[in-house]
Design a protein around this ligand. Structure first.
Ligand code: AMP
Ligand code: SF4
Length: 487
């Protein structure tokens, strides 16, 4: 079904002026197709594979050469797109998005792709990440007459493109050169697809090929799902342009220090994805085995918090010879616990989501592997679950360094004051989470586990800012810089 576009600067269903004051807190995934007669079906399966990156809303926009056909909705991909809707999404080029909200402002207005009508036709944009200087640019644009209708950073980029007198590729280059942050962008017009990564490559985005078609995805697991071959990661500062002349590998700026988000390795990405040429499951296993070398503790069983820490727990078990057991089971029919907006609900969410297996842990000394401690709430609940199920000792091993600083590049994190490691020592955290012992993986251990090149770059090509406060970009924008996610 084709929707009429609003004939002003932009059209975004359900948006209103008041939305400008909302705060957004989410992580996201993007998926793009160029040159396939059934771009919508490929996007459906691609977005479904990226569902772990965003469960709140999703959308896709398909171009048939003349107009955009699009749909966005609240909920999971399988809920938002039914058979009828899919049949209406005709075209050979598409961009899609899954959005993950952790706050209460769950609304269709924030679903992507955002669709705009501008001088040269239609424009759709899907993004994953955050623009740190978005408030400053927005302010400048508003001063010179732009009217914003969403809170999304994406709209800042759309305005910059729309106001330029250059063609869309040159206008996009200028717009991307102005923004500072961590992002992956998919920008579509009626006849072009543009793909961009920030100058540090903070947010992942990969390119694959399916026959003669090009596919772009936040994670390679979605390429595998549709049978596409992984070609490579989009490089920092790159701008790829796909149109009737084929693929043009261009760039809008020189690459800067590579700083791929370490939390993608630690927690976000699916274990069957590859990041920077390495499989995630294998990287997480190495984190677990390195953890065992750095902080061995004698115990009867090793267990991992599902799903993200299973690989690391297997690595820890292999390294120590302590058997790996399924001490915790996840109920797969509930969302991630962060989806609950309040602390109280988050605590309840953990209980809904996880159970300890009494028959496995009763009377046992347990090493419990988890990926990270942010507020500390989840860990306390899980340690207590294991104790209630009869574990005699619970030793917690976290396969990341202490999380002390907020993220400005697209990962939702609470204020610094709520980050437990920012305010407490390891011993204090250990007491707080009711563990018998606690250890965190060292930054060096993390870098070596993911195969980072420590020799030429002390950060090994990673962003580690939430652990070491070393932010790859400037953050100084007259106190207006923006943390979290801007999708
Ligand atoms: P907590 O310490 O209670 O804040 O929760 C930490 C747990 O939440 C980790 O073990 C991860 O599984 C998960 N987690 C970590 N960072 C995030 C994030 N930015 N968004 C959603 N979940 C996260
Ligand atoms: Fe990732 Fe942390 Fe860097 Fe944010 S600050 S991009 S969460 S490593």
């Amino acid at each position: 079904m084709s929707h009429p576009l609003w004939s002003g600067d932009f059209y975004n269903e359900g948006t209103g002026k008041d939305d400008i004051f909302d705060t957004l807190k989410e992580e996201c995934g993007v998926f793009g197709v160029y040159g396939h007669s059934d771009a919508a079906s490929l996007s459906y399966y691609g977005l479904h594979s990226l569902q772990h990156r965003g469960e709140e809303s999703c959308g896709m926009c398909v171009a048939d050469g003349k107009e955009f056909n699009y749909h966005r909705g609240m909920g999971l991909v399988k809920e938002v797109f039914d058979k009828e809707r899919m049949a209406s999404l005709v075209g050979n080029m598409s961009i899609g998005h899954v959005r993950y909200s952790t706050s209460g402002d769950s609304r269709l207005a924030n679903a992507q792709p955002l669709i705009f009508k501008y001088r040269d036709g239609d424009l759709a944009i899907a993004t994953n990440g955050n623009i740190v200087n978005a408030p400053q640019i927005r302010h400048e644009l508003e001063q010179s007459g732009s009217i914003f209708q969403t809170t999304s950073d994406t709209e800042v980029v759309a305005h910059l493109i729309a106001r330029s007198s250059k063609d869309v590729v040159e206008a996009a280059k200028d717009a991307l050169a102005r923004i500072v942050g961590g992002y992956a962008f998919l920008i579509m017009t009626n006849d072009k697809l543009l793909v961009a990564s920030d100058p540090h490559g903070l947010r992942p985005i990969t390119m694959g090929k399916l026959g003669e078609s090009y596919i772009f995805s936040s994670e390679s697991c979605a390429l595998e799902t549709i049978g596409a071959e992984l070609l490579r990661d989009i490089q920092p500062g790159e701008l790829l342009v796909l149109d009737k002349d084929g693929l043009k590998e261009d760039r809008y700026t020189e690459p800067q220090r590579k700083a791929l988000c370490a939390m993608e390795y630690i927690y976000f990405a699916r274990p069957d994805s590859d990041l920077n040429g390495s499989n995630l499951h294998a990287s997480r296993k190495r984190m677990g085995s390195r953890m065992a070398l750095e902080a061995f503790v004698d115990a009867d069983i090793v267990t991992g918090v599902p799903d993200s820490s299973i690989s690391a727990a297997i690595g820890y078990a292999e390294q120590t010879g302590i058997p790996y057991e399924l001490g915790l089971i996840k109920n797969k029919y509930t969302g991630r616990t962060f989806i609950q907006p309040s602390q109280e609900l988050r605590e309840k969410g953990v209980k809904m989501k996880l159970s300890a297996v009494r028959g496995v842990v009763e009377g046992q000394r347990v090493v419990m592997i988890d990926d990270s401690i942010v507020r500390g709430t989840t860990c306390l609940r899980i340690v207590n679950l294991l104790r209630e199920a009869g574990a005699t000792e619970v030793h917690v091993r976290i396969t990341s360094p202490p999380f002390k600083n907020p993220c400005y590049y697209g990962i939702d994190t609470p204020d610094r004051k709520e980050l437990i490691a920012s305010n407490k020592t390891v011993e204090e955290i250990c007491r707080e989470i009711n563990a018998d012992s606690l250890a965190f993986l060292s930054p060096e251990g993390l870098i070596s586990a993911v195969g980072g090149d420590n020799a030429s770059d002390p950060s090994g090509g990673l962003c580690l800012a939430c652990f070491n406060n070393d932010y790859p970009t400037t953050l100084d924008f007259d106190g207006e810089e923006k943390a979290g996610c801007g999708c």
